[in-house]
Design a protein around this ligand. Structure first.
Ligand code: SF4
Length: 296
């Protein structure tokens, strides 16, 4: 960590870091010194950035419009603020709890004021080898506060059972944690605002395999804009943002893409294709199906 001696610059930087912490973002990268103005070259983050001067941050993080009140900061605030709260915990149960506390009664994106009943954080085994990530909560999930509990959830349970494991063995979460009104697809800014918390959950759980359920989950996790036909049928190397710093002992997960169970309910003919995706995952994890292996 470079030493910042100018107190004004230090305070401004800490305020900026606090702003990104509010968005659930704790990791930052250094830019090349010769790309930066002299007064900020030593710290690698440009203050008072404009659209043209900070394309990387603008692309990955769309800062919300509500102002974050700047508070006076301590001399060592920068070091504190660049550490995720969960990094203090070695137990994933505690770490997930700290992420949930950091999320709070979240108002970071507009979904908080579009009829959500509660935040649907995620559920399952904090030590899971296998994680499923969907798009966002539906009506049943919004009521019960748990992902995949409606009809699509029943089908997901059957898919998990067909893999020879139980729902309690895996961890299940969504790209956005609040129900989009009318079950619409979450918008890009909503996904970008919410997904850093999912990334932190994945970094804590350290699964061997993440299965993206549907195109929205796949595109947000992989940052690839491609049709399902191209996304499915292979493994991707996946490392959630920031995990290299926070989990030096974990080499990341394999990520597979399959159809969202809600889509399979609408088009049951695709269940066979989804089963092929799950068989690929089972093979990698060394799972054996029980007697009946058809998830339908
Ligand atoms: S969807 Fe995520 S970012 Fe948006 S209000 Fe809900 S918890 Fe916050």
């Amino acid at each position: 960590m470079p030493t910042i001696t100018n107190p004004e610059l230090r305070r401004a930087l800490a305020d900026r870091v606090r702003y990104y912490n509010e968005l659930g973002i704790y990791e930052f990268y250094r830019r090349e010194r010769d790309e930066l103005p002299l007064e900020t070259a030593s710290i690698g983050i440009q203050l008072n950035a404009t659209a043209s001067s900070q394309p990387e941050l603008r692309e990955e993080m769309s800062p919300r419009k509500s102002a974050v009140v700047a508070k006076p900061v301590e001399e060592n605030a920068f070091e504190i603020l660049t550490t995720r709260p969960e990094q203090k915990a070695s137990d994933p149960v505690v770490a997930l709890k700290l992420i949930r506390e950091d999320l709070g009664d979240c108002t970071r994106c507009k979904l908080h004021q579009q009829g959500r009943k509660q935040i649907v954080f995620g559920v399952g085994n904090p030590h899971a080898d296998l994680m499923f990530v969907g798009e966002g909560p539906g009506a049943d999930e919004d009521i019960q506060g748990e992902p995949f509990v409606g009809r699509a959830g029943q089908l997901l349970n059957n898919m998990i059972k067909a893999m020879g494991i139980r729902r309690e063995d895996v961890y299940i979460a969504n790209i956005v944690k609040c129900r989009p009104p009318g079950n619409r697809t979450p918008e890009r800014d909503e996904c970008e605002t919410c997904s850093p918390f999912l990334m932190r959950q994945i970094a804590v759980i350290k699964p061997k395999v993440v299965v993206a359920l549907g195109a929205v989950a796949a595109k947000n996790l992989l940052a690839i804009n491609a049709p399902m036909s191209e996304l499915r049928g292979r493994f991707y190397d996946f490392m959630p943002a920031g995990a290299r710093v926070s989990n030096p002992t974990w080499q990341g997960a394999k990520l597979a893409v399959t159809y969202h169970p809600a889509f399979l309910l609408r088009d049951p003919r695709q269940k066979g294709e989804a089963w092929k995706d799950l068989q690929m995952v089972m093979k990698y994890l060394g799972l054996k199906p029980p007697q009946k292996s058809d998830p339908s």
